[in-house]
Design a protein. Structure first.
Length: 216
């Protein structure tokens, strides 16, 4: 059970909007900006106004949670949320528009996939370009807003499942289940041995010259 004080603090941005009569507040966040391979995935989450403060799972920046904690939180969020949406942008679009624009596109898609239309969006980091609804951008939002934190968890779990249960099976030599496309030693070694596969981002560059050759 998460501590009451920590939970209440994460509701500050939502509560400010709720007090103004804005009840449908969506938090949105993305994962997968940094990997060398795979999609960028975003989620949007609308949590119920006045939801219970005794939350049986840990809701925080997905990077701070263990895989087990993320899975537990994922199921609780899916059952509790008013609405959730997922947005995915693949490698071809990442290479075409750049990762920053691809991240915003994924978040926009996630918001558009909500079954309930939000009145306001809380965005992690920088503001979205041409948002479909009024927005508030929050630096380190996945640590400060429970709605954004919930979105970060959903996005992380979905992306991990894609890398483990689809791409790892399709391209087993790269062992995507372990590193999820990030630039680990094992991943770099696999690239050096096997070259690029179709889900490697051509627009990304590696550090040393030998690695760079793989992405020319």
């Amino acid at each position: 059970m998460a501590e009451l004080g920590a939970i209440l603090k994460k509701f500050d941005f939502e509560r400010e909007l709720w007090d103004k009569g804005i009840e449908l507040v969506a938090g949105t966040d993305e994962v997968g900006r940094g990997p060398l391979a795979g999609p960028v995935v975003a989620a949007a989450v609308i949590l119920p106004k006045g939801m219970p403060v005794e939350i049986p799972v840990k809701i925080d920046d997905s990077k701070k949670l263990t895989e087990k904690q993320r899975i537990q939180a994922y199921h609780w969020i899916a059952q509790t949320a008013v609405s959730t949406g997922i947005g995915i942008v693949g490698v071809a679009d990442i290479d075409k528009v750049n990762i920053r624009k691809a991240s915003f596109l994924a978040m926009s898609r996630a918001v558009s996939h909500l079954q309930v239309e939000p009145q306001h969006i809380l965005v992690d980091g920088l503001p979205m370009d041409s948002p479909p609804f009024p927005q508030t951008a929050i630096v380190k939002g996945d640590q400060l807003s429970i709605s954004i934190a919930a979105a970060s968890i959903l996005a992380k779990v979905v992306r991990d499942e894609i890398m483990k249960n689809y791409y790892d099976l399709k391209y087993p030599e790269y062992k995507f289940a372990g590193h999820k496309g990030y630039a680990t030693k094992a991943h770099i070694e696999a690239i050096n041995e096997f070259g690029r596969c179709p889900i490697h981002r051509r627009s990304f560059r590696l550090k040393n010259e030998k690695q760079k050759e793989m992405f020319e």
